[in-house]
Ligand binder design. Structure first.
Ligand code: TRP
Length: 330
């Protein structure tokens, strides 16, 4: 089976509907067809100032949520990035292979650093994409399921793998981006022209929100002045969003769901959307609470995942070290 690797940052207390329908749902289903490596990327989270206790609890909560969503730690290798030192080891070698100008062209760094003020941005934020490349290359992953926003980082990863192989001989697998087609690109409930994001909490449904909060957010979702349900993502993006959320969560086609609500008002559509989301979120939240209530067992699963990840990562680092003239003790 081809190997996939992906990661998610522990930067919120809860994943949101966009994370789930846009990416994580696909992580779960890829387990049937791929050898999957999934991780919580806490080393990437500290590229911006982060409170230690908040980071610790979000890392655990993220891991528990991945389990609750259906990532099976027997089928997949599910781990926490910082518990696998090989990422940092390969990361350094990759940094030494990356041109300063090349790193300077990464648009996500430019966006993020200009938001924070370029002077105060950390060097870690600058080298973020190179650590990401190491994350992928250290497992010799064939495919990387990521969103469109990560395309440039994937290109860098491929360039670095090819450069290493060209300079030192065939060693690394050149991975392919598996850009998740936005079957369900969930948009912000308050601003349906932009992607759902945790930075606008009123427009974002967190999977661990209380049912009442979920209902309220969806009832207040911005629609339009057409006043009638149709599937028109351009002209009626808010309505189209609710239709595709219902479709995705109930495993139906958007056409089918649209036919059910077509011509009607927005009230029943919102009620149905809220019902679908709550029906998904409630058992999910209960499962997460159960997992977090047994910290020793959660630690055991996390440690086992990290051990398994290290077994896969260590030979690559040993190989790479040998090729560049370093030696990694066994
Ligand atoms: N940069 C990715 C994001 O923000 C997270 C990430 C880190 C990642 N390392 C990775 C994704 C390796 C895929 C593969 O979404």
């Amino acid at each position: 089976m081809p190997r996939v690797l992906s990661g998610i940052q522990p930067t919120a207390d809860s994943f949101h509907l966009g994370n789930y329908l846009g990416a994580l749902r696909n992580w779960v289903s890829m387990q049937d067809t791929h050898d999957c490596f999934y991780m919580v990327v806490d080393l990437h989270a500290i590229t911006v100032p982060t409170d230690p206790e908040v980071l610790r609890s979000r890392t655990r909560a993220s891991y528990a949520q991945l389990l609750a969503l259906g990532i099976d730690p027997e089928l997949s290798t599910l781990f926490v990035q910082s518990q696998v030192p090989e990422h940092a080891e390969l990361g350094w070698v990759m940094q030494c292979l990356t041109g300063f100008g090349e790193a300077s062209r990464m648009t996500q760094f430019k966006d993020k650093s200009s938001r924070e003020g370029a002077e105060s941005a950390s060097v870690g934020l600058f080298t973020y994409p190179i650590l990401q490349a190491a994350d992928i290359l250290v497992y010799r992953a064939d495919e990387v399921p990521v969103g469109e926003d990560q395309r440039q980082h994937l290109e860098l990863t491929r360039d670095l793998a090819q450069r290493f192989n060209g300079r030192f001989g065939e060693t690394l697998v050149v991975p392919k981006a598996h850009i998740v087609k936005d079957t369900a690109r969930v948009v912000d409930l308050q601003d349906p022209t932009s992607k759902m994001s945790k930075s606008t909490p009123t427009g974002c449904v967190f999977l661990l929100d209380e049912p009442k909060v979920i209902e309220k957010k969806i009832k207040r979702a911005v629609t339009d002045s057409v006043g009638e349900v149709r599937h028109d993502p351009e002209g009626q993006p808010g309505v189209a969003n609710l239709l595709s959320v219902i479709a995705a969560l109930s495993d139906r086609s958007v056409e089918d769901v649209t036919a059910e609500f077509a011509g009607g008002g927005y009230g029943p559509l919102k009620t149905a959307a809220a019902d679908c989301v709550v029906a998904f979120a409630q058992p999910f939240a209960a499962r997460v609470a159960e997992l977090l209530a047994d910290p020793a067992e959660l630690d055991r699963v996390m440690d086992a995942g990290s051990q398994r990840a290290r077994m896969a990562a260590a030979p690559t680092v040993a190989d790479v070290y040998g090729k560049v003239g370093l030696r990694r003790p066994v």
